[in-house]
Design a protein around this ligand. Structure first.
Ligand SMILES: Nc1nc2c(ncn2[C@@H]2O[C@H](COP(=O)(O)OP(=O)(O)OP(=O)(O)O)[C@@H](O)[C@H]2O)c(=O)[nH]1
Ligand SMILES: [Mg+2]
Length: 233
């Protein structure tokens, strides 16, 4: 070792610090009455399309905003901007979002209070599963063109999600995908997982999806009220 080199030991657990920051934000946004939803899936499964359809369905009824993560470009933010406040989080090549970038996005969104804050993660069925983004609800999309065997092949993604949304159901007639097989496979990993089906292009299933989200938010508000929190809704 070069005599000028110094060894510095880092005793702080970086992951524990990120978890602490995520927990702090989760509590803060529950107090604000904002349900944070982390939306994950492989590339092109229909995350942005689902959020566009959600914003159109709720227009004037629920206040929503989106933080959208991508390796490069602000294309998804441009698609969502006509419908709701949105901030693009560009990872510069990283395959998933982490809490510091999410915090930057939240700061850019400012102090406006939203009922729902969606985080569209980078398209990837592996790494995003390992990162807590302060969400109250984690949702994983599985499009019918990907195959009904994917939950078992990417177990962490489905084990850590509270809901699985089967997307692009209009294509079911063209591909060998069994929704029952996909649901069975997901339930082997996560017996409690809620399952929904949508076609964002036609709007089929969007009302049920939105109702599910509203129920989740109501449950969060009720839990916060039971805990004696002052909720700003
Ligand atoms: N047939 C059909 N196509 C869809 C549906 N939803 C989305 N698509 C198409 O699938 C492609 C990808 O959709 P996106 O919404 O961009 O998917 P994404 O998951 O946001 O993609 P990334 O952000 O790149 O990971 C687009 O060409 C959409 O038009 C659907 O319900 N049915
Ligand atoms: Mg997208």
């Amino acid at each position: 070792m070069n005599s000028d080199t110094k060894t510095v030991s880092v005793n702080r657990d970086v992951k524990a610090e990120l978890r602490r920051q995520a927990d702090e934000l989760r509590c803060e946004y529950a107090r604000r009455g904002t349900l944070i939803v982390n939306v994950l899936s492989s590339p092109g499964s229909g995350k942005t399309s689902l959020l566009e359809a959600t914003a159109k369905h709720w227009a004037g009824q629920q206040r929503m905003a989106v933080l959208v993560g991508d390796l490069a470009t602000d294309r998804d933010a441009q698609r969502l901007a006509p419908f709701c406040p949105v901030e693009q989080l560009t990872t510069g090549g990283a395959c998933h979002l982490e809490i510091p970038l999410v915090k930057q996005g939240l700061e850019k969104l400012g102090t406006t209070v939203f009922d729902f804050l969606f985080i569209e993660n980078v398209g990837n069925l592996v790494c995003p599963a390992s990162h807590d983004l302060a969400e109250h609800l984690r949702v994983c999309l599985l499009s019918v063109t990907e195959g009904d065997d994917k939950p078992g092949k990417y177990p962490k993604m489905f084990r850590t999600s509270q809901a699985m949304v089967i997307s692009k159901t209009d294509l079911l007639q063209h591909v060998p995908f069994s929704p029952e097989a996909a649901i069975d496979d997901a339930r082997q990993i996560q017996p409690e997982i809620k399952t929904l089906s949508v076609c964002s292009l036609t709007g089929t299933g969007i009302a049920e999806w939105c109702r599910f989200l509203e129920e989740q938010r109501n449950a969060m508000l009720a839990q916060a009220a039971t805990a004696g929190e002052t909720i700003n809704v």
